[in-house]
Design a protein around this ligand. Structure first.
Ligand SMILES: C[S@@+](CC[C@H](N)C(=O)[O-])C[C@H]1O[C@@H](n2cnc3c(N)ncnc32)[C@H](O)[C@@H]1O
Length: 268
């Protein structure tokens, strides 16, 4: 990696290591992180539970991958990997940051599931041989790495030919979130400080990054403005102003402004 990218990865690492996704949803500070109560407390706000279509995708892919080996890149607290493990998929869960890895290891202990491995890994330089995994899953990560195309090609490299690469949640433009982020300076992940990188792409730009793959589907998601667990003036404007008005748009129109895209591809 060149010096600029190394610096970006360091900044991304420092941000996410102190903002492991999930902590922003804690409303009862008396709950001890790493306890069963902790994981249960934030669970309704985490991906597979908050967004039913992600759970459906995990169920669909698990049926194909039972007994096979899946790599998750950027596992956060491990909620997605957990659902694959519960369905008989062998999982290696990785994240750039030691704190996310520690929270995932603890989460699997609490749930009584056994992963193949859980460790730190940089999506831009994966520590695996070519053609290692039957599938790769990465949810809400690769647009936040500093070089999305390189990360996708790394995911492709470590996937076996014919294996599935499921990269969810690129930030799209144009989209309602793109507008809010750029015009309203609205944060996405955290109210006080966003990650150093959150790159928005057009759909054509996203699909062009999947060289050497056959794209099976590219699904626009988050075309409705979702509830947020935040307070403050901006959050109030969003909750009581923008959200109810935007959500009146008919579905066909709203889908054009979906802010995420989930791609399922096969390595050629
Ligand atoms: C928005 S969070 C998503 C976490 C999890 N996938 C989820 O949906 O709950 C982004 C995650 O990507 C990780 N990440 C960012 N850059 C990465 C990189 N270069 N390699 C691996 N993980 C990375 C962060 O540490 C963080 O845990």
């Amino acid at each position: 990696m060149d010096q600029d990218l190394t610096q970006t990865v360091q900044a991304v690492h420092d941000y996410w290591n102190s903002h492991t996704l999930g902590f922003q949803y804690v409303t009862d500070q008396s709950i001890e992180p790493g306890t069963p109560e902790f994981y249960a407390h934030i669970r309704p706000w985490m991906n597979p539970y908050k967004f039913p279509w992600i759970m459906e995708r995990i169920e669909r892919e698990s049926a194909l991958l039972k007994g096979k080996h899946l790599l998750e890149i950027g596992c956060g607290m491990g909620y997605d990997s957990l659902e694959f493990l519960k369905r008989g998929v062998r999982v290696t869960a990785t994240d750039l940051t030691p704190n996310a890895v520690a929270m995932t290891i603890r989460h699997f202990e609490v749930e009584g599931v056994q992963a193949e491995a859980v460790h730190t890994a940089n999506a831009l330089d994966l520590p695996f041989d070519d053609n290692t995994f039957d599938a790769v899953w990465s949810n809400g990560v690769l647009h936040a790495t500093g070089n999305t195309e390189r990360a996708i090609q790394e995911a492709r490299r470590v996937t076996k030919p014919g294996g599935r690469i499921m990269i969810s949640h690129f930030y799209r433009k144009p989209s309602w979130m793109y507008l809010m982020h750029h015009v309203g300076r609205e944060n996405i992940e955290y109210k006080e400080e966003d990650p150093p990188v959150n790159t928005f792409y057009t759909e054509a730009e996203i699909l062009a990054m999947f060289k050497g793959c056959d794209i099976l589907e590219a699904v626009p998601e988050h075309y409705r403005a979702l509830p947020v667990r935040r307070d403050g003036v901006k959050a109030a404007l969003y909750k009581y102003g923008f959200r109810p008005v935007y959500n009146l748009l008919p579905e066909s129109l709203a889908k054009r402004y979906a802010y995420k895209l989930s791609v399922t591809a096969v390595k050629l």
